[in-house]
Structure formats: C-alpha cells, structure tokens
Design a protein around this ligand. Structure first.
Ligand code: HEM
Length: 229
C-alpha cells in the first residue's frame, strides 16, 4: 500500500481525490457567500457563517478541509519536482499549444498564485472570525453572533483599499477559475473517467464549473464595492 501511495500513479490519485474534495468545498463556499448578494441585511450570510462555526463543523470538518489543502499542495510540489527530474529539458520544438491548454501547462504556477490569494484571504476573514475574534457582532434570533457580513462589506467598500481588495479578489477568482478549468477534468481523468466520450463530457462540465466559480467569486466583491449600501 505504502509503495503504491509513493508511486507516481498513487501520488496522482491522492492529488486528484484531494482536488475533488476542494472542488466541492469551493462550490459550497460560493453558495454561502452568494447570500451576501440576495440579502442586503447580511442576516442570511451571518446565519450561514454561524452554522459553519458550530463546534461539530469547526472541529470536525475544518481540520479535514485544511488537511485536504495541505495534502493537495504537498503532492503538487512532489509531483512537479518528479516530472522536472524525469524531463529536465524542455522539448526542443515546443508546439504543445494544439494538444494542451495554457492552464494545463501552468497548473503549478496558477496553484501557487491561488495559494498566495488564499493566505491573504484567510487573514482578512478566517483569522479574525475564528482565531482573534476581531469582528463586529450582531443579534441573530436573540443570540449575539459574529457580523461576518459587515466584515466582508467593509473590506470591499472602505476607502481606496476597498477598490484594491475588490481588484485582488477578482484576480484571485480568475486565477482559481483557470486552475479549476484544467484541474477538475484532470482529477476525474486520473480516477478513471478517461475514455473519449467521458473526456469530452468532463471537459465541458469542467469549463462550465470553472466559469461558474470564477464568475460567482468575481460578482460578489464587484457587487459589494459598487452597489452595496
Ligand atoms: C468573494 C470572495 C470570497 C468571500 C467574500 C469569502 C468569504 C469568506 C469568509 C467570511 C470566511 C470566514 C468564514 C468563517 O470563518 O466563519 C472565509 C473562509 C475561507 N475561505 Fe473564503 N471567501 C471568498 C473567496 C474564497 C475563495 C476563492 C477561496 C478558495 C480559493 C476561499 C477559501 C476559503 C477558505 C479555505 C476559508 C477557511 C475555511 C472556512 O472558514 O470555511 N474563499 N471566506
């Protein structure tokens, strides 16, 4: 078993499974964040965030989520290094553009940039809401809860920095979309959906999913910056 997990195929499989897990997380995260678009009072978003901070989720699911990220990153680095060792020189004639997409050739760089975005993003919200507690509060059904909706709105609307963060979040969404456009179908291909029919279907689903995620995470900061009161 351990020799399988340390083989290239085993590593690719683990990366794919952790990637699929993150694909599901990103979709759930977008759905929760979209509450900010549909309810300007922020109550719906705060109720969702409050639910996600219940001990069963916080101590049960969050470690799994961060574990998923760490495994995905560690395996991405080891597989990339392994591939570089196996093929130290780039092909003499580079005409890969017909058979592969730009995203597929730049997955490592795109993933790295998404990670930089994620580090900044966690400092904006997660650290404040879950660790330092530097977050305004509000009443929800007679209970005092974190006002995460205000924290998010303030980030995108306060002064010149509000515009800077809006642009950075739009950029982060585009980078994530590009990373997912290849990662989604590549992960499914690695777990066995590799015949011609499935490959074409998955490519379409993959582009649709990546576009949906990028568009969703783009609209939220833009809406909050330009239209939220
Ligand atoms: C419009 C864009 C986004 C907004 C408004 C947003 C909002 C938030 C908020 C408020 C939290 C803290 C939740 C809490 O601790 O209760 C959070 C956490 C988190 N976000 Fe985002 N997010 C956005 C985009 C993203 C993207 C694109 C990713 C993935 C690359 C991401 C990944 C995470 C992760 C991993 C956490 C920590 C786990 C969690 O608390 O659920 N977020 N986000």
């Amino acid at each position: 078993m351990s020799s399988f997990l340390s083989s290239s195929i085993g590593k690719k499989l683990i990366m794919s499974l952790s990637g699929i897990f993150l694909v599901v997380f990103v979709l759930v995260h977008l759905i929760l964040n979209s509450f900010l678009l549909f309810d300007s009072t922020g109550e719906l978003f705060n109720a969702g965030a409050h639910f996600m901070s219940l001990p069963v989720i916080r101590f049960g699911l969050q470690p799994v989520l961060f574990g998923g990220f760490i495994i995905h990153i560690i395996y991405a680095i080891t597989l990339t290094l392994q591939n570089m060792k196996a093929r130290p020189q780039k092909y003499a004639v580079q005409n890969l553009s017909n058979s592969s997409t730009w995203s597929s050739r730049n997955m490592f760089v795109l993933g790295g940039l998404v990670l930089v975005f994620l580090a900044m993003h966690l400092m904006h919200f997660f650290i404040k809401m879950q660790i330092t507690g530097e977050v305004p509060t509000t009443m929800l059904n007679g209970e005092e809860v974190h006002n995460g909706a205000k924290l998010v709105k303030d980030l995108f609307t306060t002064g010149t920095l509000g515009l800077v963060y809006t642009c950075l979040y739009v950029l982060g969404a585009i980078l994530l979309g590009l990373h997912l456009s290849h990662g989604f179908w590549s992960a499914f291909q690695s777990i066995g959906f590799s015949n011609n029919i499935w490959r074409k279907r998955l490519e379409k689903v993959s582009y649709f999913y990546a576009f949906f995620i990028a568009a969703g995470f783009t609209i939220i900061p833009l809406y909050l910056h330009f239209f939220a009161k």
